[in-house]
Design a protein around this ligand. Structure first.
Ligand code: ADP
Ligand code: MG
Length: 201
């Protein structure tokens, strides 16, 4: 079972991972965007970590909802509202339970991913964070490690794609040949989840 502490550790570990990977995320965004993806997520996840420490929520759903609100209110770029929606909607789907099963998390994440698709109008293959999130949500029903592999593979598979959504789409064919920054950070989010689940096991 996964409790509020598990979700706080996940979000805090993601904040640390973003600090570690910020330069790489910004480099990827400088190739096909405006070179701010790393700093956007740094600002957002610093706020998430601070909010969780200040007043630790007591349920898994509340941890994700608070984290999502922080991302929406602190990140100016497209990724803030999108990741914010992912976490808020996933949190909402978990309800008020004090503990949830990995299966329940998989179902909730699917609802969160659907909300991202609805908000941004993107689908898999458009070279966005969804290219990592959709396969990860599908595979999470199987295991955390399967979700990690699916997300990493999905992020890598964005390299040959042409962007159809977001800033990178303005580049047309010139977006081909670069890994999508948002798919890369989404894989980081799922990697972190699998790490935390592995440590907890
Ligand atoms: P901005 O594009 O506003 O500078 P970021 O650089 O923080 O914001 O985030 C860019 C990432 O956001 C992209 O790499 C892509 O994965 C994701 N993204 C952009 N638009 C969409 C969308 N409509 N749906 C899903 N993801 C998107
Ligand atoms: Mg950007």
């Amino acid at each position: 079972m996964l409790d509020a502490q598990f979700f706080r550790v996940w979000m805090t570990a993601m904040a640390a991972a973003v600090e570690r990977e910020a330069a790489r995320l910004t480099d990827l965004d400088s190739a096909i965007g405006d070179a701010d993806h790393g700093s956007n997520l740094q600002r957002g996840f610093r706020a998430v970590a601070a909010a969780l420490e200040k007043e630790p929520p007591l349920t898994p759903g509340a941890v994700l909802a608070l984290s999502g609100r922080q991302l929406i209110s602190t990140v100016g770029g497209a990724s803030g509202p999108l990741y914010g929606t992912l976490l808020r909607r996933t949190g909402k789907a978990l309800g008020e339970a004090e503990q949830v099963t990995p299966q329940e998390l998989a179902q909730a994440l699917r609802a969160g991913v659907d909300a991202v698709a609805q908000l941004g109008g993107a689908k898999p293959g458009d070279k966005t964070m969804l290219d990592a999130l959709v396969p990860a949500a599908d595979a999470l029903g199987e295991s955390f490690e399967a979700a990690r592999a699916a997300a990493d593979e999905g992020a890598l598979a964005t390299v040959p794609l042409q962007a159809r959504k977001g800033r990178a789409s303005y580049l047309g064919e010139r977006s081909i040949g670069h890994q999508d920054p948002g798919a890369t950070s989404a894989a980081l989010l799922i990697d972190t989840l699998a790490d935390v689940a592995g440590d907890a096991a």
